[in-house]
Write a protein that binds this ligand. Structure first.
Ligand SMILES: *Cc1c(COP(=O)(O)O)cnc(C)c1O
Length: 420
């Protein structure tokens, strides 16, 4: 058994689980299920924890939009003064629609198209994180056509092993991200000669769900060595971006707080002039959200019992995709002995599970909360099996705000046509 729920603003009371000041059963009543539910207080305190850890140091926290790109979530961070890390023109459009400051946007990703570069230059983003020589040349050409100078950082691959899941480790030599550490110096020299490129910084991002500051510190030290070498050649940078990746608690992980995580990094940077940037995604939204779902059927089996719920792998792909663990709790547990259930969705795939072997005291029709679902939940959802995507609501004190309507079948069929 875990000691506390990983969603910090979730409490247990007579009305069952309550997020901030709103009972989850009321939300299900009003908005139906499955529904993603987020706590504004939890989002805010996660962001403020970074700000406090950075103190008065010149810095910018750029929320990694891919973790959760709903306009309601982005606007919470925009109002807090966040920057944003985007990986597509679509994400940039979302940031602008949510009131984000384009000057605080950094654009990452290995495959930026000409159209995306043009759009980002038009809106005046803060920095392009360039990931190859070919991308540098393309950006120079696009910026020249527009009569602009593109601010850039190279995403450098520091080749450290973050000890995380192989699908979410990104800083090793053998993957598609970033430029090799050994090539970085030449690329900066080349960029310095380009008429429509403005060298602004350096970037690295070594992976995700990191629970130990050591690999980040190792990466930072390598990056600083490079920064000093560049300075000795007259190439000075105004920011150093150390990416995202701080982990969260799904089960019994004990991730460091931003303060503990950043302490050894800040020590490496003591006395330096450059602004420090970070691109956290999961650690800002993961534990601020849950997926509220209802049990459709309880199905006893010979070997296993199944709880078949109205949410599925199309709503929350992480268990099926990474075998990820999410805590699943009854919103109002019954006075029944707990039974072990396979918690599964209605999709026609054996991989459609949300949790294995969970002890639950529940009856058909009861509500479950799948916790720590704020990051890489809604953004990775799909319409597989022609299932409309879930609604999303934001709880703010005693208020509940619908930030995304539940999709309808009309939304799904729009734009398609059968043969005449
Ligand atoms: C995914 C990603 C992030 C965010 O990672 P988290 O693990 O969610 O903090 C930051 N930067 C880049 C370049 C990314 O691809």
């Amino acid at each position: 058994m875990t000691t506390a729920l990983p969603v910090p603003t979730l409490t247990t009371g007579s009305a069952g689980l309550t997020l901030e000041g709103v009972a989850l059963c009321e939300i299900a009543e009003r908005f139906g299920t499955p529904t993603y539910v987020y706590s504004r207080a939890a989002l805010t305190s996660a962001f403020n924890a970074y700000q406090q850890a950075l103190g008065l140091r010149k810095s910018l926290v750029c929320y990694a939009v891919k973790a959760n790109s709903s306009l309601g979530i982005l606007s919470v961070f925009a109002k807090l003064g966040a920057g944003f890390d985007v990986v597509s023109g679509g994400e940039l459009a979302r940031v602008l629609a949510a009131g984000g400051d384009p000057g605080k946007v950094i654009f990452s990703g290995v495959g930026k198209s000409v159209a995306e570069m043009r759009y980002a230059l038009e809106t005046g983003i803060g920095c392009f994180n360039v990931e190859s020589a070919a991308e540098l040349d393309r950006l120079q050409e696009v910026a020249a056509q527009m009569g602009k100078r593109a601010p850039i950082a190279f995403r450098v691959n520091p080749d450290v092993n973050p000890n995380t899941h192989p699908y979410i480790s990104t800083g090793l030599r053998g993957n598609k991200f970033g430029v090799a550490f050994t090539e970085a110096l030449d690329l900066y020299r080349r960029a310095a000669r380009l008429s429509h490129i403005e060298i602004s910084g350096i970037d690295c991002h070594i992976g995700s769900q990191l629970l130990d500051p050591a690999p980040m510190t190792e990466a930072a030290e390598k990056i600083l060595g490079l920064v000093d070498q560049l300075a000795s050649e007259g190439i000075t940078l105004d920011h150093i971006d150390l990416g995202g990746g701080l982990g969260i608690r799904y089960r019994d992980e004990e991730p460091p707080t931003p303060t503990d995580y950043l302490k050894p990094l800040l020590a490496c940077f003591a006395g330096r002039e450059e602004a420090l940037c970070f691109e956290p995604g999961r650690s800002l939204v993961g534990n601020a959200g849950l997926l509220l779902t209802r049990i459709e059927y309880l199905k006893p089996g010979v070997e296993k019992n199944f709880a078949i719920i109205d949410a599925a792998m199309n709503d929350l792909a992480r268990p099926a995709l990474y075998d990820a663990y999410h805590e699943i709790v009854a919103v109002a547990p019954r006075e029944l002995p707990a039974t072990r259930y396979e918690v599964v969705g209605p999709i026609c795939e054996s991989g459609d599970f949300l949790g294995h072997d969970r002890h639950l005291s529940v009856a058909t029709g009861d509500l479950l909360a799948i916790l720590s679902a704020g990051a890489y939940g809604m953004t990775m959802s799909s319409n597989y099996n022609t299932r409309p995507r879930a609604a999303e609501v934001l709880v703010d004190g005693t208020e509940t705000i619908l930030i995304r309507e539940r999709e309808t079948l009309e939304h799904l069929l729009k734009g398609e046509r059968p043969l005449p």
